[in-house]
Design a binder for this molecule. Structure first.
Ligand SMILES: Cc1ncc(C[n+]2csc(CCOP(=O)(O)OP(=O)(O)O)c2C)c(N)n1
Ligand SMILES: [Mg+2]
Length: 761
């Protein structure tokens, strides 16, 4: 650890930067542009005269695009406007210090000037505004200023403030992973087509990931999770806080304890810190150049705190005069980066009046052409709305995923077959075989490693843990720390980092320890993971697998270790949800989940992990079950029972009893995959039996079975001889005391009675 000091002025800060690994440099905002003066032909903190002119061109273009958009909005030719006004200097500075198409960018909505500097054309920006089919960011699906340009490495961004930050960390991790495992980046010549065929993976040994956010957004928990992860991993990420002093109407001193985010983050180890006047392109460029150098050299992440202004209110829907007096707004106006940079160019003799006029005229002409063209662009056709919800290239429902189990294990010398394996065993074996086959698979989560302190394993002092349910046991020992590792206890970070990695072509198979603790990751799952492909119009994708231990019947699991809740996730377009009930299905579905090109929520019932009911032989390294294919567990003619997960063995018990006692033949269907689900098998069975019970472990109301029941009522009404019935948990949480748990969750007898009643109807 080295000492840190706050150093004012660029000359001194440079020296400090080379001396201190964890240097903090601060440019006094009051010094402004004049402090960086230089004569014609000289460089300005590393920027040439031409670069300065180019910087001004981008800044001016950015401001004028905002002005044109505001006009277009007032004319109702576009539908929303978000300005980058006041943030232009910091944006062009970052673009000049970093490399488009080489480094990676997770900008936020104020980064118009950054995007222009990286190569986005004004025409592309106007296409966003009109929502054109050919808008390269989203094809009319997202608001303007939600940037997405794959060729420039500008990764699709969303509206939740802060959800990009963890993904940027994952992106940086992916770059480093490929640098250490370059073979993983190659597309394999495989007989089986998997997700790798549809990703163009590229990486650079010295790449940096840039991520920006506003001052208000630094209050989000995900920001702190990302800072922690980046510091832990010494990752090459530049965090840029563009501090305009407000989050809509909330001023920074109400948002950030003590009013300075720089002060709050100063304790993070391994970081290089910069605090700079972000309305000064020269000072900001110097700050980014130092930050980038620090990151490229592998020292760790950097934090750039840029003080900027926000002259155009928060958005067109906001009027800042309601909460900011004129005097305060005028003070800001004195620091307007566009005006100041223009004055600077004149003062330094970089451009004269004529030159400025000429440049501005050229920009105006370019924007006029761009607007005219954009207004003529075709809107998307309504039929396109479902394009790219899922991968257009690889359908996990397709027959390619329908393979047969390998040959049965050979008998021992004494003629006995080897013991069958539990669901836990087969998930572990499947993960192991897939990791052997595909070097892009990385596994992380809470406690999933055998032992983070690797030397204990090497010295054989410990055996290793491999997950609280031991599903990942032995994988770290076999595949190493790079591929199987423990994550900090932060679920949003687990999913957010995985999303960033998968965007770069890795296949993270992450674990959420208990379903009950998936909620911190909900923003990442619902607003990011599942919608990245759709919102970027297939520009980006992130086929992550999230394994989650779910469910009750644990006698003692209580409220926070027993819940289901799968319908919350089947309700999310873009997310595949599977829920196996036995070992063989778990192996086949997990392999499909890993090889497919969509994000998958893989729900593993804790009660079934080691249950004798679900045991099976390992089906070999190529066994797959397509999604959306149910299994008829027990054929019958009198009544259909549709279920999945831990209700399958309970329903089977009830069905067998009903057949024994009353001769009623129940057809029991295990859905296995919940989104997509197998409507054909349901429809065929109900058409045959004319009676149907939908059973599930989750709470009854608005549960998964409600949708199945509604569809049956809607589409099979004329086949029914009895009402569609449901058996599910009571509408309460799962209690600790087993007597209460039994009363809450659906039991074999509840299922038996409902089946009997339906059969007699
Ligand atoms: C998670 C989330 N909460 C609330 C909002 C609504 N919202 C949009 S921008 C914003 C303020 C952001 O302020 P800041 O981070 O300082 O960025 P600035 O707009 O000032 O550049 C809010 C509250 C949102 N988009 N996302
Ligand atoms: Mg702000």
């Amino acid at each position: 650890m080295t000492s840190r000091g706050i150093v004012f002025g660029l000359r001194e800060s440079k020296k400090a930067g080379t001396r201190d690994r964890m240097a903090t440099t601060k440019t006094d905002p009051k010094l402004g542009l004049a402090a960086n003066g230089g004569k014609k032909g000289k460089s300005f903190d590393g920027l040439t005269r031409d670069q300065l002119i180019q910087a001004y061109r981008y800044m001016y273009t950015s401001r004028r695009i905002d002005d044109r958009e505001i006009l277009l909005k007032r004319q109702q030719k576009i539908f929303f406007q978000m300005s980058g006004a006041g943030h232009e200097a910091v944006g062009v500075a970052a673009a000049l210090a970093l490399k488009s198409g080489h480094d990676w960018f997770y900008p936020y909505y104020r980064d118009r000037a950054l995007c222009l500097g990286l190569g986005v054309k004004p025409y592309d920006m106007f296409l966003q505004g009109v929502g054109a089919a050919c808008d390269p960011s989203s094809g009319g699906r997202q608001m303007p200023s939600h940037w997405s340009y794959p060729a420039l490495h500008i990764v699709t961004q969303s509206s939740p403030t802060g959800s990009q930050i963890l993904q940027a960390v994952g992106c940086a991790e992916a770059g480093r992973y490929y640098a250490r495992h370059p073979k993983a980046a190659e597309t394999p010549q495989s007989s089986f087509v998997d997700y790798r065929q549809f990703k163009n993976v590229s990486f650079q040994g010295d790449e940096v990931t840039y991520v920006s956010l506003g001052d208000g957004t630094s209050s989000e928990g995900e920001f702190w999770e990302a800072m922690n992860a980046a510091a832990l991993g010494k990752l090459p990420v530049i965090f840029c806080v563009e501090d305009n002093g407000y989050a809509i109407s909330v001023p920074v001193e109400v948002q950030t304890a003590g009013g300075s985010i720089s002060r709050l983050v100063s304790g993070f180890p391994n970081f290089h810190f910069e605090e700079v006047d972000g309305t000064d392109p020269v000072a900001a460029y110097a700050a980014f150049a130092r930050a980038a150098k620090y990151c490229r050299e592998g020292n760790g992440p950097a934090f750039v705190h840029a003080h900027v202004i926000r002259p155009y209110s928060h958005s067109l829907s906001d009027d800042e005069r309601l909460y900011r007096p004129d005097a305060e707004r005028e003070r800001d106006a004195q620091r307007d980066p566009v005006t100041r940079t223009q004055m600077f160019l004149l003062r330094e003799g970089v451009l004269d009046d004529k030159g400025i006029n000429q440049l501005e005229k050229e920009v105006e002409a370019e924007l006029q052409t761009a607007v005219d063209l954009a207004l003529e662009a075709m809107p998307p056709v309504p039929e396109s709305i479902t394009d790219f919800v899922y991968s257009p290239d690889l359908d996990p429902k397709s027959s390619g995923f329908d393979t047969q189990p390998g040959p049965e294990p050979v008998s021992n010398a004494d003629g006995k077959r080897p013991a069958t394996k539990t669901m836990a065993d087969l998930i572990n074996a499947t993960l192991r075989d897939e990791m052997k086959r595909d070097e892009r698979i990385v596994i992380f989560g809470e406690d999933v490693a055998d032992c983070s302190r690797e030397e204990y394993l090497k010295r054989k002092l410990v055996k290793g843990k491999g997950g609280v349910f031991k599903l990942t046991f032995g994988l770290q020992c076999e595949f190493g720390n790079d591929r199987v590792f423990n994550a900090p206890l932060a679920e949003a970070a687990i999913v957010g980092r995985a999303t960033g990695m998968a965007t770069r072509g890795l296949k993270p198979v992450v674990e959420i320890q208990f379903f009950d603790y998936i909620w911190p990751a909900m923003m990442q799952i619902r607003d990011e993971l599942s919608v990245i492909r759709w919102r970027s119009n297939n520009g980006f994708s992130c086929p992550v697998v999230i394994r989650v231990a779910i469910g009750g019947y644990l006698t003692g699991g209580a409220i926070y270790h027993s819940q289901c809740g799968e319908s919350t996730f089947t309700h999310i377009p873009g997310l595949r949800v599977v829920f196996p009930s036995n070992a063989l299905d778990a192996a086949g579905l997990l392999r499909t989940a890993i090889r497919c090109d969509d994000p998958v929520l893989f729900l593993e019932h804790k009660r079934l992990y080691r249950e004798p009911f679900g045991k099976g032989a390992y089906p070999g390294p190529d066994y797959m079950i397509p999604f959306g294919k149910a299994k008829v567990v027990h054929p019958g003619t009198d009544l259909t029972v549709i279920t999945y997960g831990a209700v399958v063995p309970r329903a089977l018990q009830a069905a067998q009893k009903l057949e024994r006692e009353q001769g009623v033949k129940v057809e029991l269907i295990d859905l296995r995959s919940l989104n997509p689900f197998d409507w054909d098998t349901i429809a065929a069975s109900v058409s045959k039996t004319n009676r149907v019970l939908v059973a599930y472990e989750d709470t009854l109301s608005w549960g998964y079975g409600a949708e199945i029941a509604a569809r049956i009522a809607d589409q099979l009404f004329d086949k029914l001889d009895a009402p569609v019935r449901r058996v599910a948990a009571k509408d309460v949480f799962v209690a600790y005391q087993p007597i209460l748990e039994d009363a809450i969750l659906p039991q074999p007898n509840d299922l038996f009675l409902a089946m009997k009643e339906l059969a007699e109807y």
